[in-house]
Design a protein around this ligand. Structure first.
Ligand SMILES: [Zn+2]
Length: 534
């Protein structure tokens, strides 16, 4: 059974799925695994008849602690401030740093078909007073919180430590403050110059009410409080948080013992490893990962995340490899199996379920989508490199009838993907160049029958009336048949003679893109026996 359906079979009643994220920078492709899993779980629960809502939180009262995107002057002014109160680093396109980066990942989610029912912003939740009861409970049970940190995670907080981060009433920083002395209504706070290495507090001391947006809970308590506030029943989390004694264990214990509520069902998920490097939200290799999401369309990106069970790490190394064409081929095999066509090669379990889950639109007609003609990616990438070839015409010939509007759209999407792949990732051998100056040395391996076919083809083409892909393809087949050479060997001979390698696009269209005199001369040169010993 598909893993999301297994999960749906384990629960009953209305479900609330939650995830949240600190909007501190750009989204890396690896960090999209979580949102895609949330979406597929939501779809599976709804398909099982369970009323389900999907929430996504923006933890934008978290302090600014990533200096990379700030100018030196801005570092002095804004480090330690809540992200919601730091200006947009790029310009004035958004009201804050948090809004700028959150809108980037909200856009990315939408592009890959992830549409939470509600986005909530912690900078808006705290001022409404909805978090006050959890802040009060956490302060009243501060000793218990300290004991849980120590017992679950071996993290020791000093005596008198309070689980709350006040916002300094003078400078507005939240990363530099320390709270002490809870009297039931107010806390004492100090904004310390040396509390953290990455930000400097202003030195203010005083008392304030921690309620109504004046303070936030530390991350583990805030997480557990979100579960209570929104009635969260399911929250998958990345393996980095789900380690024994890690963040999730701490928040689970806080939910049970401090907020008196069972934590939501967890579904820990593994990372996406790009070329053997772990891709989590905060660590490196972002630029190349970001490019992957630009090259791989949403449907295939979803499949990449969904074809393995969540607890399996995904290895993906697109650089200089066929990993992206293979992903498309797998996507096409899954579509073919869903459409009831015979499939050669490997298939994952539950292909039709996996196919529906990979579609961006949850309401798409999965059978109609699966039946649509999908141009093979590697073949398209080759065709795009042959001058004068129209892929739409070539693939309509392949399909046997004109492409539908939907198929045209699939072709257009794949054309963009194939161009991006050729530019960024494709291995040298996938790049095609007609060797115009001289017969490629590689043609020396041609055997007698192949040469005879090329010689015969040269004579046919010298007087061939029609010079189009289909006619030339027919002439190649005819010459091969007459010499009893398997067509594949005839095509290989042509690729060696024109491209210098054993592979190429459909040969008729390749030749039709070249001028007749050149083609005939090259065929005669390749067929000549003296090239047997170069
Ligand atoms: Zn201050």
């Amino acid at each position: 059974m598909f893993w999301a359906d297994e999960l749906a079979a384990r629960v009953s009643g209305p479900q609330v799925i939650n995830d949240s994220k600190t909007p501190s920078g750009t989204v890396h492709v690896g960090s999209l695994r979580g949102p895609v899993l949330l979406d597929v779980i939501t779809r599976a629960l709804r398909a099982a008849g369970l009323p389900t809502s999907l929430l996504y939180g923006i933890d934008d009262l978290d302090p600014m602690d990533a200096q990379a995107l700030l100018t030196p002057d801005a570092v002095d002014r804004f480090m330690g401030m809540p992200l919601a109160h730091v200006p947009d680093p790029v310009g004035d396109c958004h009201p804050s740093y948090a809004r700028h980066f959150a809108s980037m990942f909200i856009d990315t989610f939408a592009r890959i078909g992830v549409h939470p029912d509600r986005y909530y912003w912690m900078s808006e939740i705290y001022p409404t007073g909805q978090m006050d009861r959890y802040i009060r409970t956490a302060l009243d049970r501060a000793e218990l919180v300290r004991e849980i940190y120590l017992r679950v995670s071996h993290v020791e907080r000093p005596a008198g430590w309070l689980p709350v981060h006040p916002i300094c009433s003078t400078c507005g920083r939240i990363g530099t403050t320390l709270a002490t002395d809870w009297d039931g209504e107010t806390i004492a706070f100090a904004c310390l110059p040396d509390h953290v290495a990455w930000a400097r507090g202003c030195g203010t001391t005083g008392r304030l009410s921690p309620f109504g947006g004046n303070a936030k809970l530390p991350w583990n308590l805030e997480w557990a409080a979100q579960w209570s506030l929104f009635g969260v029943t399911i929250e998958p989390c990345g393996k980095d948080l789900a380690t024994a004694g890690g963040s999730r264990d701490r928040s689970d214990a806080i939910a049970r013992e401090v907020f008196d509520r069972e934590p939501p069902l967890n579904l820990p998920y593994e990372f996406l490893n790009i070329g053997g490097r772990k891709m989590s939200t905060s660590k490196g290799h972002g630029a190349s990962a970001h490019r992957i999401a630009e090259v791989v369309p949403a449907e295939q990106l979803r499949l990449l995340f969904l074809r393995s069970r969540p607890n399996h790490a995904i290895e993906f190394d697109p650089d200089g490899t066929d990993a992206i064409p293979r992903l498309f081929d797998e996507s096409d095999r899954i579509a073919a199996a869903t459409a009831g066509r015979e499939v050669r090669g490997e298939l994952p379990p539950d292909p039709d379920r996996l196919f529906a889950a990979s579609l961006v639109d949850p309401d798409a007609d999965s059978a109609a989508e699966a039946a649509a003609y999908r141009p093979p990616f590697a073949h398209l990438a080759l065709l795009l490199q042959v001058p004068g070839v129209d892929p739409a015409t070539a693939f309509a010939t392949e399909k046997g009838e004109p492409l539908s509007d939907r198929e045209q759209a699939i072709l257009a999407e794949r054309t963009g993907a194939a161009r991006g792949w050729l530019e960024t990732y494709a291995p040298e051998r996938a790049r095609l160049a007609v060797q115009r100056d001289a017969l490629p040395a590689a043609a020396a391996v041609l055997d007698g029958t192949q040469r005879a076919v090329l010689a015969a083809l040269a004579e046919t083409l010298a007087s061939q009336a029609a010079w189009d892909g289909e006619s030339l393809q027919g002439a190649i087949f005819e010459s091969a048949r007459a010499a009893e050479l398997p067509p594949g060997r005839a095509f290989a001979a042509l690729y060696l003679a024109f491209l210098g390698g054993p592979n190429g696009p459909r040969a008729g269209w390749l030749l039709a893109s070249l001028d007749r005199d050149f083609v005939v001369a090259r065929l005669r040169a390749a067929a000549a026996p003296d090239t047997l010993t170069p």
